[in-house]
Design a protein around this ligand. Structure first.
Ligand SMILES: Nc1nc2c(ncn2[C@@H]2O[C@H](COP(=O)(O)OP(=O)(O)OP(=O)(O)O)[C@@H](O)[C@H]2O)c(=O)[nH]1
Ligand SMILES: [Mg+2]
Length: 931
């Protein structure tokens, strides 16, 4: 028997790694982590390989962080079922398949690692583990493409098999990683068929079945392996099945499981997106073949939007609450500077990037790259120099290869709020563009007055539905005290919300109850960010448990994906339904028309042209009606705009009158000024918030009425196009066609008919879930930027324009100059009032409020018009072109060749399947949104 050194010398190209006793011990699975011995052994081998190869990768290429896939805490739920682990390194994924056999002639790769789109790798490493002699070696590698093309598929083992001699021994490719470009990597992978989307009943059945521990190897015993792969590829379902097998959770009776929130994980969201992109791309190529040019544009737009979609989260709160530490904990690495003194002084945006880098974007538009260690010198106010730099910065973009941001998530770290006013403005400025805000408050002083003000004036005026509260610093307290603090905070916030609702609606009115129901309970989580960070850095699971961080992370994922992702996916789904329907209609038309007699065809052709012209005219009318509706809303808000100066001044005056002047204060200009400014700012903010909410409500109601009215138009477009189609289809020799299932598929439900239907349903969903405090609706708030943007392709920002304009009244030093001349102190209140009144008038004049509001109202209506126009034009154009083409073909005596007919049949079959899937997914999402 050769020694390790001798072996390594004999095969110098291979990687040889010695296994120490400590390595062995670290790889031992925890008691109770697996349901049987086979899984335990599997976990042991995989864990051993993973740890040693992670270290090896790290050593080989400094500066590139190798990351296990899936995340560490998810590994057991994989190893319970299947052999293999992956390492993401640089741009590529390496799938490691260990084997402890002596026979290494064959490389056996479980199908899961090859066929689950979110799992598949670029390179597959065959690793032989020899526990007895204490070494492992990498025998060589194969690419995904190679496995798909050259591998033999073994049905029994559900694995791909390659000969040992087909593997490349030399692993130099890994060192060349930095030089590999995307194309080379793409060349390594074969395109995959998307896995089926399982319905909740299918998932329930599978999970229930496979959770029994009498099933020793679920992957081999399950009937449909593709279903199993779809199940395993979804982290949520996999975890559920895994926990059930361990007996950690009880099986819920079926009836409760009808609504499994399938969209509660980033992974599923990404996977679904992947599949939709795939479907849309297929439909696009069909549309090209059928000359449906207008549809192609519409599909392209959705595809582009899908690719750039991300979730953004802003972390806000007062200084020193642990915001930066909290983000570091999310990322699992100490990236953002933190300190006991006020620290963060600029907006930091953390995004995913394979090569870590920091880009500083200055307010004057200049940009510069700085080393990540140098961050402290730019974004903090810890030194005079760094603070000076921070002031000139627009934002700092930190790219890092952190797992968390891989799912298209960006996180903003913001300066603490109550330290300096200009810093707070910086923070406010990003609120309208984020999907969620996480407010960090301290367990030591939960929910202070200034936190309450912030919540009232900034967060709630946008949308409470997107705020999560973090009570940080639980490690200072005992477990029971920590619980009490969290409860206390929850109650405080709830009371506060109720108070606001009462202010807005009559108590016990139906609006009031509706509102409370929509808002739900505030989401409050207690954590220790510091402990969580340490736990993640040192991989200590019990410390992580103490930090209570995982509970929060799970909730965050669910929160971001459940309704937001659902709405975001609704857009491409509706596009699919609309485009697929059109494709089917076109094919039907083509197939039927060729069989028709010439005289009959021409007659129908004329009918078609007239019908299309009719729709065009009706569309013009509808456009005019939308214009009228826009003007109507503007007319309705007119009085509000006129009253605004008066109301603002009144509010300021009342505040000035009601603010007490304590004895002795008269002598201190600064204190007086500060007290009064504060009171007036609050009063003005409150009024302007109510003002913009009223305008939003008016606009939202106006749009609502339009969408409702347009339903009738959409129905008639649908009817006209069906009529045209039926004219051609409804002929004797084609009679049987009408009764086939195709006929049903091409007459889809109204809401799904055009993209407009999509807007309609998406808009409704937004209305239900996007509960803005006070307004009961939120065109132009977060929903406006995040969701309506997706639906209408626009961004609107009502509150921002108003709030920043008015809040900045106190940013200047005009007040000090005008109020505090010598004799004015005596007449303080009167002078203060006069100065404020003048300034309000001046500001409002400068702002051209009426014009600005008019523009804001027009925007969503114009977007509605644009969408309606594009969607309807696309349908009309496509139908008209098709008819003209058919007519031309006939005149030229072109016939539908057999090959062409076969191709049409194929397109039809695939389109029907895509349509069916999209409709199922749409149903599922509706279910989630309504639950
Ligand atoms: N004990 C304990 N200390 C914490 C915790 N989180 C943060 N800290 C400490 O609190 C101090 C402030 O943390 P930062 O993360 O800088 O706070 P911040 O909110 O970003 O502060 P600004 O950037 O100034 O707004 C640091 O010394 C942290 O180490 C926690 O959960 N427990
Ligand atoms: Mg900070």
């Amino acid at each position: 028997m050769l020694s390790f050194d001798e072996l390594a010398r004999e095969f110098p190209e291979q990687i040889w790694i010695e296994i120490s006793e400590e390595d062995e011990e670290n790889a031992l699975p925890n008691e109770g982590d697996y349901s049987n011995d086979a899984a335990r052994l599997n976990a042991y081998l995989n864990s051993l390989c993973l740890n040693l190869l992670l270290a090896w990768f790290q050593e080989e290429e400094e500066g590139v962080q190798p990351l296990p896939f899936p995340k560490r805490n998810e590994l057991p739920s994989v190893w319970e079922f299947v052999n293999g682990t992956a390492i993401d390194f640089g741009k590529a994924r390496f799938v490691i398949i260990p084997s402890d056999g002596i026979d290494t002639d064959e490389f056996i790769i479980p199908g899961e690692w090859v066929d689950i789109p979110s799992w598949r790798g670029n390179y597959y490493l065959a690793v032989q583990v020899n526990c007895e002699d204490g070494w492992l070696r990498v025998l060589g590698y194969a690419t995904h493409k190679q496995i798909k093309n050259e591998g033999e598929y073994d049905e029994v083992n559900r694995s791909y098999v390659l000969e040992r001699e087909d593997l490349v021994e030399d692993l130099n490719v890994i060192f060349l990683m930095q030089d590999l470009d995307e194309n080379e990597l793409d060349n390594n992978v074969e395109a995959l068929e998307a896995l089926p989307t399982l319905s909740s009943t299918e998932v329930t059945d599978l999970v229930e079945n496979l959770s029994q521990d009498s099933i020793y190897f679920p992957r081999l015993e399950v009937e449909y392996f593709t279903w199993f792969k779809a199940l395993l590829g979804n982290a949520g379902w996999r975890e559920q099945l895994y926990q059930l097998r361990l007996g950690n959770i009880n099986w819920k009776p079926k009836s409760n499981l009808e609504n499994i929130p399938v969209l509660s994980s980033f992974e599923y969201y990404e996977q679904t997106k992947f599949k939709l992109v795939d479907n849309l791309t297929r439909l696009k190529s069909f549309s090209q073949k059928l000359n449906l040019n207008k549809s192609i544009e519409l599909i392209d737009r959705v595809l582009n939007n899908l690719q750039t979609q991300s979730f953004s989260i802003a972390v806000v709160g007062e200084f020193n609450r642990g915001k930066s530490t909290f983000i570091n904990a999310l990322l699992g690495q100490e990236i953002l500077p933190s300190d006991v003194l006020p620290t963060t002084a600029a907006i930091n945006r953390v995004i995913f990037g394979l090569t870590p880098s920091v880009k500083v974007v200055f307010k004057d538009g200049l940009e510069t790259e700085v080393p990540i260690q140098g961050l402290k010198q730019y974004v903090t106010k810890l030194t005079v120099e760094s603070e000076k730099k921070a002031i000139s910065i627009q934002e700092v973009i930190i790219q890092h290869n952190i797992e968390y941001c891989r799912n298209n998530i960006e996180i903003f770290d913001t300066p603490g709020l109550n330290d300096e006013a200009n810093m707070a403005e910086v923070t406010f400025s990003i609120l309208p563009q984020v999907d969620a805000a996480i407010m960090v408050i301290s367990a030591q002083s939960p929910f202070s007055q200034s936190e309450k003000d912030f919540l009232e004036n900034k967060l709630l005026s946008s949308d409470l539905g997107r705020v999560i509260f973090i009570v940080n610093g639980l490690d200072y307290f005992s477990r029971s005290d920590a619980d009490r603090i969290i409860n206390y905070t929850k109650n405080k916030i709830t009371d506060f919300i109720l108070e606001r609702a009462e202010e807005q609606y009559t108590k016990d009115s139906s609006e009031y109850h509706n509102f409370i129901k929509k808002i739900g309970k505030p989401k409050v989580f207690g954590i220790s960010a510091l402990k969580a960070l340490k736990a993640k850095q040192t991989n200590q699971l019990n410390l992580l448990a103490q930090s209570r961080f995982s509970i929060f992370e799970k909730a965050l994922e669910e929160f971001l994906t459940l309704d937001r992702a659902a709405i975001l996916l609704q857009v491409p789904i509706n596009r699919i339904i609309a485009s697929a329907t059109e494709i089917l209609k076109t094919i039907n038309l083509e197939e039927s028309a060729v069989k028709m007699e010439q005289s009959k065809f021409l007659q129908n052709y004329d009918i078609g042209v007239v019908e299309l012209e009719g729709i065009r005219n009706r569309k013009k009318e509808e456009m005019n009606l939308i214009n009228q509706a826009t003007e109507n809303v503007k007319y309705r808000v007119q009085p509000l705009i006129y009253q605004l100066p008066i109301i603002l001044k009144q509010a300021a005056e009342t505040a000035i009158e009601e603010t007490p002047i304590e004895k002795g204060e008269v002598r201190s200009k600064n204190i007086l000024q500060e007290n009064f400014s504060h009171a007036v700012t609050n009063a003005i903010q409150k009024v302007s918030r109510q003002f913009s909410e009223k305008i939003q409500t008016e606009t939202k109601q106006g749009i609502d009425r339009e969408v409702e009215r347009l339903k009738d138009f959409v129905t008639s477009v649908d009817r006209s196009l069906n009529y045209i189609e039926m004219e051609f289809v409804d002929i004797e020799f084609n009679a049987e066609k009408k009764t086939t299932s195709d006929a049903q598929a091409i007459t889809p439900a109204l809401a799904a008919f055009t993209g407009l239907g999509g807007i309609w349903s998406g808009y409704r969903l937004v209305g239900v879930k996007g509960a803005a405090v006070g307004a009961g609706a939120s065109v132009g708030t977060f929903i406006g930027t995040g969701i309506l943007a997706g639906l209408f392709g626009i961004t609107v920002g009502f509150p921002l324009v108003l709030a920043t304009g008015i809040a900045s009244i106190f940013a200047g030093d005009w007040l000090a100059k005008s109020v505090f001349t010598k004799e004015m102190e005596r007449n303080f209140r009167a002078n203060f009032k006069e100065a404020i009144t003048k300034e309000i008038d001046k500001r409002l004049r400068e702002k051209h409020l009426e014009q600005e509001i008019s523009n804001l109202i027009s925007e969503p209506f114009a977007a509605l018009q644009q969408t309606l126009n594009q969607e309807v034009e696309a349908l009309l154009d496509n139908t008209q072109n098709k008819l003209a083409q058919l007519r031309g073909d006939r005149e030229r005596g072109v016939v539908l060749s057999e090959a062409k007919q076969r191709e049409l049949e194929e397109i039809k079959a695939e389109t029907l399947q895509i349509l069916d899937n999209a409709q199922r997914l749409s149903q599922e999402i509706l279910q989630i949104m309504n639950s």
